[in-house]
Ligand binder design. Structure first.
Ligand code: NAD
Length: 255
């Protein structure tokens, strides 16, 4: 049985993950950490003190805030507990805490835990390399009307993967939309964002050739796709050596 602690347990991801762990007989939820102090339950122990919860844990999972991610990394370092980190928007010093921790225990970090998106990242890297720059790459992403950031972090991950496959990983090759005049198209990848309705999340990667086009699309139908990916990482991490890993290693796409 793998004993799991969740940082940010009272949030949206923390809540969905707790429910999934409680249903799974091969996993045990030892408790959670959160900064909200107004929660009482006889089922789950929630504390503001990571040390109290990590004492019993084989793995910690973090979906909190950038401050929370740095704090749980430090607590895991003290107790040598492997960490799965999903919080986005970390500053450089906060990210360094995770990399420091990875010298002592296994750390899995992903800005998108969906198995489909991680497979897509792998596929488009391979496709870009095989097409040898003879097809133009463009990315379209569609999200519900309430999504605040554009383009999505996942679209950026996909653009970087595409450029990596093309052997041109420079950030200046990423462009946000197209407007005005351009004499000739260069090696850049443009990201196009559509916002409206209730779309959970759709990402389309277009390879546009002279006489043929390829479009690879991923559609997120529910937030549970992140939980399923996290559970794969929870089962994978206990047997890993200290180091920094991504979902590519968890899914066996990169060894
Ligand atoms: P949320 O606001 O619903 O929940 C965050 C929870 O963390 C809240 O309960 C909050 O009280 C708690 N928290 C804040 N600071 C804390 C701290 N210092 N210590 C402990 N707990 C703290 O947010 P959410 O939608 O659950 O997302 C949480 C994070 O996960 C965000 O950064 C989000 O972008 C990211 N996220 C990542 C993925 C992925 O696949 N990587 C998927 C969904 C969300």
């Amino acid at each position: 049985m793998i004993r799991v602690a969740i940082n940010g347990i009272l949030g949206r991801m923390g809540g969905e993950l707790s429910a999934a762990i409680l249903k799974d007989e091969s996993l045990a939820l030892v408790g959670g950490i959160d900064t909200l102090e107004t929660f009482y339950s006889d089922k789950i122990c929630v504390s503001i003190d990571p040390d109290e919860i990590l004492n019993e844990a084989d793995v910690a999972v973090d979906f909190s805030s950038p401050e929370g991610a740095a704090a749980i990394a430090e607590a895991c370092r003290k107790r040598r507990v492997p960490l799965i980190s999903g919080t986005t928007g970390l500053s450089e010093p906060q990210q360094s805490r995770l990399l420091e921790l990875a010298k002592q225990v296994a750390v899995v970090q992903a800005f998108n835990f969906s198995q489909g998106i991680n497979l897509l990242i792998n596929l488009i890297q391979k496709a870009a390399a095989a097409l040898q720059g003879k097809f133009d790459g463009e990315i379209v992403e569609i999200h519900h009307r309430n999504k605040k950031d554009s383009p999505s972090g996942t679209a950026l991950l996909l653009a970087r993967a595409l450029l990596q496959g093309l052997g041109a990983p420079e950030e200046e090759n990423i462009r946000f939309g197209r407007q005005g005049f351009q004499a000739e198209r260069g090696p850049e990848i443009a990201l196009h964002s559509l916002r409206g309705g209730s779309v959970v999340g759709e990402h389309q990667v277009h390879f546009l050739g002279s006489h043929e086009n390829i479009v690879i699309t991923h559609q997120a139908l529910s937030r549970s796709i992140f939980v399923e990916g996290v559970l794969r990482a929870v089962r994978w991490i206990p047997s890993q050596k200290p180091g920094y890993y991504t979902m590519q290693e968890v899914l066996g796409l990169k060894t």
